[in-house]
Design a protein around this ligand. Structure first.
Ligand code: PSU
Ligand code: MN
Length: 303
């Protein structure tokens, strides 16, 4: 998407663009639907601080009163965090009506990529992306994030995908769509809370500069889409695989029992997993996001 009258850049992001400073986009569904208050607001503000400390300007994105905002104030971040699930979870398909109605929306990876692309931002840091859900052969539950990666020229840095998803099918989908997937310092897809999944990634890079070169190359050769960098959670914060996998299985069982469907699925599972693990999944989640912001800032600085 190109810049238009529905996209507002914050003064800080506007200045950064003018001065060609590195910028890193961040999403807001993770704030409103991905974590509980007040940890969600603390985490989002820490992400912005860590981004600045690593030499890049943060651009947290959301829809506020029908405007696609690239760069939020502290008050806006606090508002999204306090409102939590009351704010509309906004993916690609939600943007036109949110704008028409002048509503607020917390943007998913897909919608944040659209916002970032409109502002000419090439790098985006988050925790986890949506993907092909377990059982998608019957439910058809495949996140719009995957289509967006195929279409929109933004490099998303994440900690791999959670095994609430079918990781093999998610990788197959990305392959079909021609999305470059790059393991940062790893040959394996990280499984969000843990560093390993046993699934190979097509590419590995140990150098943020090389990843920046790949982004630049993808633009020059006319790739329409983005790129996915998968960055393992730091060893010190990674969880025990058996503990987390059991929690995920139990959470999925509970979701089935309660008939949770569609866009409610991911937020429900995240909250349930946090309860089952007594909050240790949340602590891991927060640390992996910080780690991704650091890497994204370094990539952006090399562009
Ligand atoms: N995974 C997480 N935390 C999150 C999400 C995914 O660990 O907050 C959010 C992201 O905003 C992602 C969205 O883009 O869920 C995917 O939702 P869906 O599967 O409904 O597309
Ligand atoms: Mn879905």
């Amino acid at each position: 998407m190109i810049r238009n009258r529905f996209v507002t850049l914050s003064p800080e992001v506007e200045d950064a663009k003018r001065e060609w400073k590195p910028i890193v986009a961040m999403e807001s569904t993770i704030i409103s639907h991905g974590m509980p208050y007040p940890q969600n607001v603390e985490t989002a503000l820490n992400c912005e601080r860590i981004c600045r400390e690593n030499g890049a300007v943060p651009a947290t994105c959301a829809v506020i009163k029908g405007q696609i905002c690239v760069g939020l104030t502290e008050e806006q971040i606090d508002y999204l965090g306090r409102e939590g699930q009351k704010v509309t979870k906004a993916s690609r398909r939600d943007l036109p009506m949110l704008i028409a109605k002048g509503m607020d929306g917390a943007t998913t990876v897909a919608a944040t990529m659209i916002a970032a692309a409109a502002a000419g931002i090439r790098v985006f840091a988050t925790g986890g992306i949506g993907g092909v859900h377990r059982g998608a052969e019957t439910t058809m539950d495949i996140s719009a994030d995957l289509e967006e990666l195929a279409e929109t020229p933004v490099c998303v840095v994440c900690a791999g995908a959670k095994s609430i998803l079918d990781l093999n099918l998610t990788m197959e989908y990305l392959e079909t769509k021609g999305v470059p997937v790059i393991g940062y310092g790893t040959d394996e897809l990280p499984a969000f809370y843990t560093r390993k999944s046993g699934i190979k990634v097509p590419w590995r890079s140990d150098d943020p500069r090389e990843i920046a070169d790949a982004i630049a190359a993808s633009r020059e050769i006319g790739y329409p889409g983005g790129m996915l960098v998968v960055n393992p959670i730091p060893e010190a914060y990674s969880m025990d695989a058996d503990v987390i996998n059991k929690a995920i299985d139990d959470a999925i069982e509970e979701a089935k029992k309660q008939g949770i469907k569609g866009k409610e699925t991911t937020p429900f599972l995240l909250a349930k997993i946090k309860d089952i693990t007594g909050g240790s999944s949340l602590a891991a989640n927060i640390q992996l996001v910080y780690n991704n912001v650091r890497l994204a800032a370094r990539i952006a600085a090399n562009l």
